[in-house]
Design a protein around this ligand. Structure first.
Ligand SMILES: *Cc1c(COP(=O)(O)O)cnc(C)c1O
Length: 213
């Protein structure tokens, strides 16, 4: 499916001024990204380091690239020179490595901590106590700034379960970032619930670009 301008415009209108749209472009071509770019979209999210680095080299320099996948410490170096926001920081060790690499480039890199909210065992993320440990340690790091939280709800039809997970994440946000945190929650299937529960950044792939093959 090609990018549909009407769907994009409707989405922006629905989100309004307080919820930022991150277009998740993993597996999509440079042409797909440029089609959305031509409509004004500047924030794009990718899950794989190699793919992100290649796209960043090919595409316009004013795109704000978000990394939303699981980041391995040995790959931090490749994205730190240009990445706009890293959503999935799930250990103190990873945060320290981002700080170390960012310091070398002279940048201060913004990140979100990924919190484990889903009941599924397989999803990555910190629990509430671990968020506290990372938040205590973060101010000592000069080249990384923790701006908020990110989470993924369970992949279930049970809307109330999803709502409860999002609500729990918002509670953690309000504790550590009263009034000013980025809350990255909500994808194509659950973004409406996420916004009702306080999301201010939604990560939308398939609704904008069509299903991934
Ligand atoms: C792929 C992905 C998305 C987008 O998913 P859609 O269901 O296509 O909107 C959002 N967040 C993360 C972390 C992803 O990996």
């Amino acid at each position: 499916m090609a990018v549909d301008a009407e769907i994009y415009k409707k989405m922006l209108k629905e989100l309004g001024a307080n919820v930022q749209l991150l277009a998740v472009s993993k597996t999509k071509t440079a042409a797909d990204i440029l089609a959305l770019y031509a409509l004004g979209q500047r924030d794009f999210g990718e899950n794989y380091v190699q793919e992100l680095v290649e796209k960043q080299q090919q595409l316009p320099a004013d795109i704000r690239w978000h990394f939303i996948g699981h980041l391995q410490s040995n790959k931090v170096r490749s994205i730190v020179p240009f990445v706009y926001l890293i959503h999935g920081v799930d250990s103190l060790r990873l945060l320290k490595e981002i700080d170390r690499q960012a310091a070398k480039t002279g940048r201060v890199v913004d990140v979100l901590l990924q919190v484990h909210i889903a009941r599924e065992e397989t999803k990555f993320g910190l629990d509430a106590a671990e968020v506290g440990e990372v938040m205590q340690a973060a101010p000592a790091m000069g080249a990384v700034r923790v701006r908020g939280l990110m989470g993924m709800a369970s992949n279930t039809e049970d809307a109330e379960a999803v709502r409860a997970e999002f609500r729990a994440l918002k509670d953690v946000l309000d504790h550590w970032f009263p009034g000013d945190g980025i809350l990255s929650m909500g994808m194509s299937g659950d973004y409406r619930i996420a916004i009702e529960e306080g999301s201010n950044m939604v990560r939308i792939g398939s609704l904008l670009f069509g299903a991934r093959g």
